[in-house]
Design a protein around this ligand. Structure first.
Ligand code: CIR
Length: 274
């Protein structure tokens, strides 16, 4: 494979959903067990949509020993040419980053000229806690991401990190995400509003914000002119469709109900070089 860097070359890393997915971590175990066959179909459809909308997609080998391995977003952060391999907050998931680090440092990606970095103990960080908006990188201080990680990130990306305490939910992006570089999206809850307001004030009011009634719908994925949103939340979908239309973005809805049971947001199933 040969890759040529252009100003808008998009790369996505994906990792298949393992057969062991029923054992994925769940913050609040669902009363209805995960339907693993359905989860496979949902994840495969998500992956096909991502593949169709990037220039290059790489499938990292599935790892049956790690039921959460499909949540590849947590394993690394890519900010421009800097690739930061994380040290995942949940100990049982920590080894998931290794295979991703190997792929991202492979010679076949040399045209991206990535600068590889690795967070080290006692740092813990999940990619789900990292939101990039323009040149700012917002990092949630959460159950999974600690101050040591934020200190290490500040050394790699000086002046670009802004810490946001996560008042509830698993990750920063469990309750908010971005529609584009100047449009934030958040769940309409007290906790999410507080976090979103901190982000908006760090951006000196230069960003707009939309609130949606469903927490799950507050995590979207932008792939160039396409906006991937969760299916099954009609009130939130109405708001998102209007926001997308105003930005000339096309909406693609994805049903990820079985992955949501394991706290998987839309963004967590891909690692993107935007
Ligand atoms: C976990 O608890 O780590 C997984 N079951 C869910 C991770 C979701 N990651 C993400 O949204 N970035």
């Amino acid at each position: 494979m040969s890759l040529y860097q252009t100003s808008n070359l998009r790369l996505a890393l994906l990792r298949a959903l393992p057969k062991s997915f029923a054992n994925a971590l769940q913050q609040h175990p669902s009363p209805i067990p995960i339907d693993v066959s359905k989860a496979h179909i949902q994840h495969e459809y998500y992956s096909s949509v991502v593949r169709e909308n990037v220039d290059y997609a790489i499938d990292v080998d599935v790892d049956e020993k790690h039921p959460d391995c499909c949540f590849i977003e947590d394993t690394a952060i890519i900010v421009g040419r800097d690739v930061i391999i994380t040290r995942i907050g949940a100990e049982s998931r920590r080894e998931e980053s290794r295979a991703v680090a190997k792929v991202l440092s492979d010679d076949s990606l040399k045209d991206f000229e990535f600068r590889m970095h690795q967070l080290v103990a006692p740092a813990c960080l999940d990619g789900g806690d990292v939101l990039q908006l323009g040149d700012k990188v917002f990092v949630g201080l959460s159950l999974r991401t600690n101050l040591a990680a934020i200190e290490q990130l500040e050394k790699i990306l000086p002046g670009r990190i802004k810490t946001i305490p996560v008042g509830g939910g698993l990750h920063l992006k469990s309750v908010l995400s971005a529609i584009d570089d100047t449009t934030l999206l958040a769940a309409d809850s007290r906790v999410a509003r507080q976090m979103a307001e901190e982000i908006i004030s760090a951006l000196e009011g230069k960003a707009q914000i939309f609130y949606v009634p469903d927490v799950v719908a507050a995590n979207v994925v932008r792939l160039g002119p396409k906006l991937l949103i969760q299916a099954g939340y009609p009130n939130s979908e109405k708001i998102l469709r209007k926001a997308a239309l105003d930005r000339q973005m096309e909406v693609i809805t994805l049903d990820m109900s079985e992955l949501v049971k394991a706290d998987g947001a839309l963004s967590c199933c891909s690692l993107l070089v935007p």
